[in-house]
Ligand binder design. Sequence first.
Ligand SMILES: *[C@@H]1O[C@H](CO)[C@@H](O)[C@H](O)[C@H]1NC(C)=O
Ligand SMILES: *[C@@H]1O[C@H](CO)[C@@H](O)[C@H](O)[C@H]1NC(C)=O
Ligand SMILES: *[C@@H]1O[C@H](CO)[C@@H](O)[C@H](O)[C@H]1NC(C)=O
Ligand SMILES: *[C@@H]1O[C@H](CO)[C@@H](O)[C@H](O)[C@H]1NC(C)=O
Length: 276
Amino acid sequence: MDSAFLFILFFSSMFLSIQAFQANCLILKCGDGAPDIRFPFRLSGRQPHHCGRPAFELSCKDNTTMIRFPSYGELVVKSISYDVRKLHLLDPKNCVHQVFLNLNLSHTPFRYYYVIKNYTYLNCSTRLPPSFSEVTCLSDSRHHVYTVESSLVLPESCRPVKTVAIPFSYSPYLADNSFGLGLTWSSPGSDEDCEAKGGQCKLQTGYSTTKPEKGFPIKYLNLGDISSKFLMVLLCILAVVLLISIKMYHSKKVDMQLENENLLEVLRCYKAQENM
Ligand SMILES: *[C@@H]1O[C@H](CO)[C@@H](O)[C@H](O)[C@H]1NC(C)=O
Ligand SMILES: *[C@@H]1O[C@H](CO)[C@@H](O)[C@H](O)[C@H]1NC(C)=O
Ligand SMILES: *[C@@H]1O[C@H](CO)[C@@H](O)[C@H](O)[C@H]1NC(C)=O
Ligand SMILES: *[C@@H]1O[C@H](CO)[C@@H](O)[C@H](O)[C@H]1NC(C)=O
């Protein structure tokens, strides 16, 4: 056993230890009171890719959690309920109808949490009777925007902008921009248990997503136990390597007997930790 070998052993154990730490996807948050970020979500740039599923990437902006939708842009994540799989979002521009008009959830794993119903947005040149609720954040002095049930006969001064399916239970609150948006997400059945129990799920490495049209053919591993055991062994090896280095420094004579003792020490160290 020469010192070059020891160095290689030392650095490779260091490397493997770091890897093992990373495998333990830590739960993060963007600030005090911000939602916990864990599988299937991932804090982009702070948690490795395997800690979340694709399209579940979050970011932090001024202690606030954000999620990005290609069809709309960024929305504030107010809360995440992992047990019922509900994502409570807010529009940073405080105009939830702007979101409803533009957010396209097809090709995302997300759906509206509440029951949806088709509504038509109208752009009217005159004000309609008060029984119609005006979307103030989309209206100005000359154009008045309303949401009506799709079946409604169009008032003369109005032209339809777009018909979209929006959360039905949202309708009583149409004038309230703070009501926010509830989304839910779909998971492969095997993930549900792990997510709900707060287990340390992660993507199985090396699993290729060859059939995205079948949902999310991605499996998780419950890594908590495996990686901590792995880490224990590595730390034991590391400690023994250090011990050998010190011994070698003091006497250059390392014979077979000493090597056997070292091996025993690794085993003893591991056994001791396992019994803790
Ligand atoms: C974020 O939170 C930290 C700690 O609570 C605080 O010091 C900082 O001012 C906050 N930043 C913003 C932009 O709110
Ligand atoms: C949403 O986007 C898909 C393609 O990405 C498109 O086919 C569909 O028409 C869009 N839906 C709406 C309501 O715009
Ligand atoms: C909304 O209308 C579209 C087009 O007519 C239809 O395909 C869709 O199923 C409707 N959605 C709801 C929730 O009624
Ligand atoms: C309503 O119509 C006016 C004039 O065509 C337009 O400038 C405005 O952007 C429209 N508003 C919406 C929300 O479509």
